[in-house]
Ligand binder design. Sequence first.
Ligand code: UT7
Length: 308
Amino acid sequence: MTGLTVTGWGTALPDRIVTNAELAESLDTSDDWILERTGIRERRVGGTTSELAIAAGRAALERAGRRGDDIDLVLLATTTGDRIVPATAPTVQEALGIPGGAVDLNAACSGFVYGLVLANGMLATGARRILLIGAETLSSITDWTDRSNAILFGDGAGALVLEATDDAGDLLGWDLGSDGSATHILKCEHGGTIEMDGKEVFRRAVRVMVDSSKASLEHAGLTIDDVDLVIPHQANLRIIHSACQKLGIDHERASIVIDRYGNTSSASIPLALVDAIETGRVTTGDTLLLTGFGAGMTWGSAVLRWSR
Ligand code: UT7
């Protein structure tokens, strides 16, 4: 049997901080409204997706004690590639000196979980090491004059080095799903900006996070009582609290970075995971539940044992 284990992790964030108060200078909104309705205090804005992905990837390689030429594949989850064609992953591969393959994947905010599951499959069929990155510059597709959208999104990246194991590995269970009939509730057309029916996304988000989390736990042969820490997609603090409540786990056991970074789509789960690792919230043997949802609609959950 071959599975995956995480050997390195890293993040990258633009220096520029945009506070709620700064947004309120040009939009009919307030710090209080944004904080109360979303949990967001500030977000980071700037750079390109490849710059952020390269920086996060480099940090993850360093943490793993690996060099670019140790890596067989760059998997880059993003909805905001530098251009339509070619993909952004080859730019990352070139910058980091990686000889292997490179491909972008777009499952919107579920992209990182999709990438983790796909990486597990690649490792099972012969790849030895994969650099999985979630990177976004959502600021480039945000309508900064629309208060219902502009308050939510931010830029950032997070990366993991995943290595093959000789046993079943640390991905204990997973669930991926998609419902293309809901494309219209959250989308961005070529050359456009994000359009969203926020209330409908909210309603469906809680349901799919809960159902998908349960499915992945069942796949792992575990229950919510076995979970030490939830690493949720960071779209709205109220979505996270509601999903935790319905799953039967205290929301204090969820990693939260939305207050500092807003919604960074594919980057939000790795940013929340790395934050938990670096603040000592993850210890050896812990069971982590990664769960996300996004445009498509897509959703994905993964149960990951932390064996570092
Ligand atoms: O990665 C997935 C991406 N997206 C999501 O997960 C988004 C999910 N949805 C949400 O997070 C929430 O629906 C929002 C944060 C987008 C909106 O919060 P809400 O509690 O659903 O507010 P609402 O749309 O029902 O609006 C309530 C009121 C409205 O005013 P009226 O009609 O009651 O007078 C809005 O016009 O709040 C108003 N409003 C605002 N007021 C101040 C909407 N946006 C703002 C704002 N500042 N930024």
